[in-house]
Design a protein around this ligand. Structure first.
Ligand code: ADP
Ligand code: MG
Length: 425
């Protein structure tokens, strides 16, 4: 069993003093277009610096949680995973550089191009300059990551380092698969412990930061590993990013999946119909799995609202749910309108809180630990808050407007300029 030693705790404190560096979708695409041994090496170095910083911020925050929440067994478990992954990255030796690479760095640092190796943050004697917003103030954010070192030959050690690094972060990603369910269990333990019915804003804000950070970490790891294994070779894909994400296709997919889950859950033959209104083929740069996740969650909510309002015996009379897609210069907006009776105004703030649900609460089974969190029809109260985080992660947003007694409109805004940097809580 992994335990946080005082030495490790000290290292966490050191790393948590450094600011996290955000990357934009556009940067990820530019960087990943033609991955070579050199760029993959460079990206590994960036992540070898960045991931421990992000993990350390989380460990620190998990240690400073309010009123006994930090003592809940499942929360401690999550914290230990973060600390273990942090340690694992620190234990990974830095690479020995090839001669040409070393010359290049010498040259670049003369010109202040920003090759700073080995990673600065791993040196405990380095202190962050006061008021600095970046680890390397003279280097623009993302620059280190995207510096092109194609023409520099990678020594076998550098290639080995990259391979080893990728293996390590993939292991970390797997370790963290059950984080959402385990955190949810921790919050339940806390609710039982405090006899509270709902979680307070402090805990709510913490969870937003925590899950947002998790999305970012998993995106960086997933992207790097996809590039490394050459999965970018799929047409129109750069790692897990699709530069021609076709909304129509993804929405059609989410509609079919949500209706299938609905029919299965209620044991009915025909879930309420969903009409899509989409002006032509809209393509933009996005991560299809994120978009799919959001639409699937929103459609399940609308389906459930309609079924529960009209009853399960009126399969042929359900008013259709409308999914309307609009594309402007800045945003692509998807509106999902249902006639499921809406939400009372007093309940609107609650729908964004974790674990708020009007469905029969689902129990979190221990075997969920083994799998990535997959929400069923309803009952975890995670659908809306997590979907909003996914939308915000790439500079979008999610808004809900309800007419009690009639229905609900949900607006999903997606930023098509894709140059906003990751929000880094
Ligand atoms: P869950 O679906 O697991 O309950 P969500 O976060 O997706 O969790 O939704 C939280 C709650 O918000 C739902 O239980 C429901 O009461 C309300 N809600 C969400 N979407 C709609 C909708 N389209 N119409 C009516 N109520 C909704
Ligand atoms: Mg839901």
């Amino acid at each position: 069993m992994f335990r946080i030693t005082p030495q490790l705790s000290e290292k966490v404190q050191h790393f948590a003093r450094f600011p996290q560096t955000g990357v934009s979708l556009r940067q990820m695409v530019l960087f990943g277009q033609k991955p070579s041994k050199g760029t993959l090496f460079k990206a590994s170095q960036f992540l070898h610096e960045e991931l421990p910083i992000r993990l350390a911020h989380r460990v620190k925050e998990l240690e400073e949680l309010p009123k006994g929440l930090d003592k809940m067994p499942s929360i401690v478990k999550v914290k230990d995973w973060y600390a273990e992954s942090f340690q694992q990255l620190l234990d990974l030796p830095s690479p020995k550089l090839s001669d040409s690479m070393r010359d290049r760095i010498k040259e670049a640092s003369k010109n202040k191009e920003g090759f700073i190796l080995p990673p600065n943050v791993h040196n405990p004697s380095i202190k962050l300059p006061k008021n600095s917003s970046s680890l390397h103030p003279h280097v623009p954010i993302g620059h280190r990551y995207y510096n092109n070192i194609d023409e520099v030959d990678c020594s076998p050690e550098m290639v080995d380092y990259t391979a080893n690094f990728v293996k390590t972060i993939e292991c970390i990603k797997r370790r963290h698969d059950p984080v959402v369910t385990t955190m949810a269990r921790g919050i339940l333990e806390y609710k039982q412990h405090t006899h509270a019915n709902l979680i307070g804003t402090e805990v709510q804000d913490f969870l937003d930061r925590f899950y947002m950070s998790r999305i970012g970490i998993r995106m960086l790891i997933g992207q790097h590993s996809a590039l490394y294994h050459g999965r970018f070779r799929r047409k129109d894909y750069v790692g897990v990013i699709c530069i021609k994400t076709n909304i129509h296709e993804i929405a059609a997919d989410a509609i079919a999946n949500a209706r299938f889950v609905c029919e299965d859950y209620y044991g009915m033959f025909k879930a309420p119909p969903i009409q899509m209104i989409c002006p032509g083929d809209i393509e933009f740069t996005y991560v299809p799995s994120h978009l799919n996740h959001i639409l699937f969650e929103l459609l399940k909510n609308s389906l459930r609202a309609v079924v529960e309002r009209y009853g399960e015996d009126y399969e042929d009379e359900y008013p259709p749910i409308k999914l309307i897609i609009a594309h402007g210069k800045e945003d692509i907006t998807i509106k999902i309108s249902d006639e499921g009776g809406g939400i009372s105004r007093s309940a609107i703030p609650l729908v964004w809180t974790y674990m708020y649900t009007t469905a029969q609460a689902q129990s979190i089974k221990p075997e969920d630990d083994d799998a990535e969190f997959k929400a069923p029809m309803a009952g975890f109260g995670y659908g809306l808050p997590i979907s909003r985080l996914y939308a915000q992660y790439f500079g979008g947003d999610l808004k809900l407007v309800s007419m009690e007694g009639y229905g609900t409109d949900v607006y999903l805004h997606l930023n098509r300029l894709s140059n906003s940097h990751e929000p880094l809580p």
